[in-house]
Design a protein around this ligand. Structure first.
Ligand code: G6P
Length: 588
């Protein structure tokens, strides 16, 4: 989850490092640091907190490395901030070393003293001890001792124009710009800096010498690589509140339109054939993407009459799942780099399953691993809490479900053509924001709240609750509306907020009944529904634009996203950078 960057540039290396670091901050903002090498010496600047804390005159040097941290080993502090230094070397690391305790003990016995609590410092000590004048060989020798996940970038005082990098299970890519060479954890952070990128595979090394980027094996043998042109991306704007999350909610219709355009041009035959003939279908994902996968699973099993098993990726990978040859795994991940989702996908592939991936980053590790990569074109999503990527994931997955139904029954489901109206429906949902903002004001001091829904609405409820927990720091739970009286009702006292999503004509009355039961016990009830005749069924009513019921999760989540964002702002927090969380969770 940390972000690393390495840069060679004779001009403005320090500024370039800081620019990329700022864009990497969504991977962690517990601390930040840079190191550059010039005149045979390393200069390091690192600090607890955000990149903005690294103030001061630019450090000199043409080769540099940088880091934004999401703490795993050791609290956020100046000492635990990267780069870590040993002898002539400075290092930045993203990942978790699993054998660091053993290595640290060995190094301590050999007289090494540590100045941080991090696992990463072990690596730079190993490099310094292995160094006999050959920079690359020292890094390769140290890496041969490492177990766990790592992407590292290393500087050496003796080589002022070189950076050596290595990767295992943590994301890393190399990028070539005008007069500049980069390595970085993420493609989006390099946008604007480089014109060509190439992902680094596990076990590979990258040796930057001046502007030259060389991919090599641990033995130093050069690996031929093809760099791809990086598409020009629109810059992520900020909303009226100054937050990216608000702007990203505003970009939902645009993202849906772009995604739909891509999907319409895509040949689904191989994926749909695999799904149609699948013994079993599984989905894996984390966080928000898991909610999209759950909605897809429910829709596909109902429409195609196929059982679909949806599991959080972290459970799937350790649960000895039944998956095997002839089965299909659908893995969903905005970043395509989430460690648990990737490991679940690797496990499924190793057992012979067919892998369909839905990602928002074309060249992500998950997309490259997939037999059939599907894209969402939500555009760069910077705010930590996912919004527009979720709507686009739903669109993409529903499209996939419809194609599967077509290949199974030779006819598209009745709702298929309505996917073309999803963008417009989301845009119309914006018109209820003023009511939603007043609801946020009303609930500004609430200490807890419950979200309920039936059928696919329960996944929207779960996503609404997740958003509120993530950014507004209010304890929010969700449960199927029918389960309310089996537990949550005990929490209800005067003013306790219960927020219901009811978008299916067949069950809206049932959900209204659940709200009535809560209200009878003093709850403050809210209803999000396209059925205006139910406006009187709750203390607060939010009218939703209508789409066919199976597609409603695409639009009903929008006011909940806006509600959470406003609640967060009213409570005085930054929606883009929730405490303790990171955008891309590349460690377990
Ligand atoms: C983190 C983010 C969430 C996201 C989840 C999965 O927890 O804060 O917003 O839903 O990771 O990320 P992915 O990139 O795999 O969709």
């Amino acid at each position: 989850m940390c972000g690393i960057v390495g840069c060679f540039s004779r001009e403005g290396c320090y500024e370039k490092l800081l620019t990329v670091l700022q864009k990497l901050e969504y991977r962690g903002y517990d601390s930040a640091g840079v190191a550059l090498v010039a005149g045979g010496a390393l200069a390091v600047r690192k600090k607890k907190g955000a990149v903005a804390n690294l103030c001061g005159a630019p450090l000199a040097g043409a080769a540099g490395i940088g880091h934004t941290r999401w703490a795993t080993h050791g609290k956020p502090s100046d000492e635990n901030a990267h780069p870590h230094v040993a002898g002539k070397f400075a290092l930045v690391h993203n990942g978790i070393l699993e054998n660091f305790a053993v290595l640290k003990e060995e190094l301590t016995k050999n007289g090494e003293a540590f100045s941080s609590e991090t696992d990463s410092e072990v690596i730079v000590k190993l490099i310094a001890r292995a160094y006999k004048g050959d920079f690359f060989a020292a890094v390769a020798a140290a890496c041969s001792r490492l177990e766990g996940s790592y992407a590292i970038a290393v500087l050496c005082e003796d080589f002022p124009e070189e950076i050596v990098c290595a990767k295992n299970k943590s994301p890393l890519l190399a990028g070539a710009g005008r007069g500049a060479a980069f390595v970085c954890s993420d493609i989006p952070a390099l946008e604007g800096e480089v014109r060509y990128v190439c992902p680094v595979e596990d076990g590979e090394f990258v040796h930057i010498r001046g502007e030259e980027i060389c991919f090599c094996t641990a033995g130093g043998a050069c690996l031929p690589k093809v760099f791809c042109r990086l598409a020009e991306k629109e810059r992520a704007p900020v909303g009226a509140s100054g937050s990216r999350m608000e702007a990203e909610i505003g970009q939902i219709p645009h993202g849906l339109e772009k995604t739909l355009g891509w999907l319409r041009a895509c040949d689904f035959a191989p994926a749909a054939r695999a799904l149609r003939g699948a013994g079993r279908i599984f989905t894996v994902a984390c966080g928000t993407a898991h909610h999209a996968a759950l909605a897809f699973g429910a829709l596909l099993s109902r429409e195609a009459r196929i059982p679909v098993f949806c599991e959080a990726a972290s459970e799937f990978r350790y649960g000895d799942p039944l998956i095997g040859a002839g089965d299909v795994l659908v893995a969903v991940s905005q970043s395509g780099e989430t460690a648990d989702t990737l490991e679940a996908a690797r496990l499924a592939k190793a057992r012979g399953a067919y892998l369909i991936a839905v990602t928002n980053v074309e060249q992500s590790t998950l997309a490259r691993l997939a037999d059939f990569p599907l894209r969402t074109l939500a555009g760069a999503e910077i705010a930590v809490a996912a919004t527009k990527s979720y709507n686009c994931q739903l669109l993409c997955l529903y499209f996939l479900a419809a194609q599967t139904v077509f290949y199974k029954k030779a006819a598209f489901p009745a709702w298929f053509s309505a996917l073309g109206r999803a963008a417009e429906a989301c845009e119309r949902a914006f018109s209820c924001f003023s009511e939603v903002f007043s609801l946020a004001k009303r609930l500004q001091t609430a200490r807890a709240m419950s979200f309920i829904g039936r059928g696919t609405d329960r996944f929207t409820a779960a996503e609404g609750a997740l958003k509120v927990r993530e950014i507004a720091y209010v304890f929010a739970e969700s449960c199927p509306a029918g389960e309310l009286k089996h537990g949550t009702l005990a929490l209800v006292e005067e003013g306790f907020p219960v927020l219901a999503v009811a978008t299916d004509r067949a069950t809206v009355q049932k959900t209204a009944n659940s709200l009535a039961e809560a209200k009878a016990r003093g709850a403050f009830t809210c209803l999000f529904s396209p059925y205006k005749e139910y406006a009187g069924a709750a203390d607060f009513f939010c009218p939703l634009p209508a789409l066919p019921a199976p597609l409603m999760p695409l639009v009903s989540v929008v006011p909940l996203q806006a509600f959470a964002c406003r609640l967060c702002l009213l409570r005085g927090f930054d929606p883009d950078r929730p405490r303790n969380l990171a955008k891309s969770v590349t460690v377990e």
